[in-house]
Write a protein that binds this ligand. Structure first.
Ligand SMILES: [Fe+2]
Length: 315
């Protein structure tokens, strides 16, 4: 930690409390009770903000959520998650590997394959499951809103469904369709509104000198909860201090990011590495900058669905 001006022990401690280091965390293989006893459903969760669908709320070292949760999920090759639905919005951002996500309605399923940087927002009350059909493990970041954190309703769980049907998210052979934005099936057309491909989403240059791809919010998938963007911050680029009336968070995906807080004329900075996260509470004056020689990629979540209100200033 670098103290820029006067020594600011309280501010420094407060910032440290809002940073989650990847190496301080441990993946939890027992996060979801409904998976216990079903090796095919095995997955691991690392909770950064809130419990994110796990009943393990209030865990030490995990930040308290305001408008959204954020966790990492790890899925071995060949494992799947049973088709379920819930009243909350849930995004999957793929970090490594290829994930097959299925949406089910009336015994028909549409499946989409998502690669690194791709995202799907699972709409409220839509039956959804996922499976790793790839040749490498999948690591993804999941965020849910915390409006109504009710337990999921399982639609095709192996405890009461034929395992082959559960693995297919409820589709008997012949009832699975591929994701296709041009497809005529209503479920294909619905899913197409909720899938973001990293390679297809426009790269916007902010006047402050960094790039953004909008995933959720105006220009991306519609949401009533949060905005989610992928930021690209070139070496040397950074923004002046800014304040929001909601929280925002940065999860570093690649490279390193220097983040700063200020209060009463005191300024403090800290560097984050890959898979480290900072949670900037509402009202906190904060900034970011890339001090390194390589580009930095950041997953950003802002606790409102309203259009961006901050005009970033180039630092
Ligand atoms: Fe879900």
């Amino acid at each position: 930690m670098n103290v820029i001006s006067a020594v600011a022990p309280t501010l420094a401690a407060d910032l440290r409390r809002h940073v989650v280091r990847h190496i301080q965390k441990t993946f939890d293989w027992d996060a979801f009770p409904s998976n216990t006893g079903y090796p095919d459903l095995q997955r691991a969760q690392m909770r950064y903000i809130g419990a994110g669908g796990s009943p393990k709320v209030g865990e030490p070292g995990t930040l308290k959520p305001e408008h959204f949760t954020l966790s990492l999920i790890y899925k071995h090759i060949g494992k799947y998650a049973a088709c379920h639905a819930h009243e909350i919005e849930e995004s999957f951002l793929i970090i490594d590997g290829v994930l097959t996500v299925g949406w089910e309605q009336n015994g028909e399923v549409v499946e989409v394959k998502l690669g690194p940087g791709d995202m799907i927002l699972n709409a409220r009350d839509i039956g959804h499951g996922f499976r790793n059909d790839g040749i490498e493990p999948v690591l993804m970041s999941i965020s849910v809103d915390v409006g109504k954190p009710l337990p999921p309703r399982y639609l095709y769980h192996p405890k009461n469904t034929d395992p082959a049907l559960a693995r297919a998210f409820g589709a008997v052979p012949g009832k699975t369709l591929p994701h296709d934005p041009e497809g005529s099936h209503p479920l294909q057309q619905l899913m197409a509104k909720y899938v973001i491909r990293h390679s297809e989403q426009p790269t916007l240059w902010d006047p402050a000198g960094f790039t953004r791809k909008v995933y959720v919010g105006p220009g991306g998938v519609d949401s009533t909860t949060c905005r989610k963007e992928m930021l690209g911050i070139p070496p040397g680029a950074g923004v002046k201090p800014y304040v929001r009336d909601v929280e925002d968070t940065f999860l570093v995906l690649d490279g390193s990011l220097t983040i700063g807080w200020e209060e009463n004329g005191q300024r403090i900075e800290m560097e984050l590495g890959p898979r480290d996260l900072v949670f900037n509470p509402a009202g906190r004056s904060h900034w970011f900058r890339n001090n390194s020689a390589g580009a930095c990629t950041v997953w950003s979540v802002v606790g409102t669905e309203q259009p961006e209100s901050v005009q970033f200033g180039r630092a």
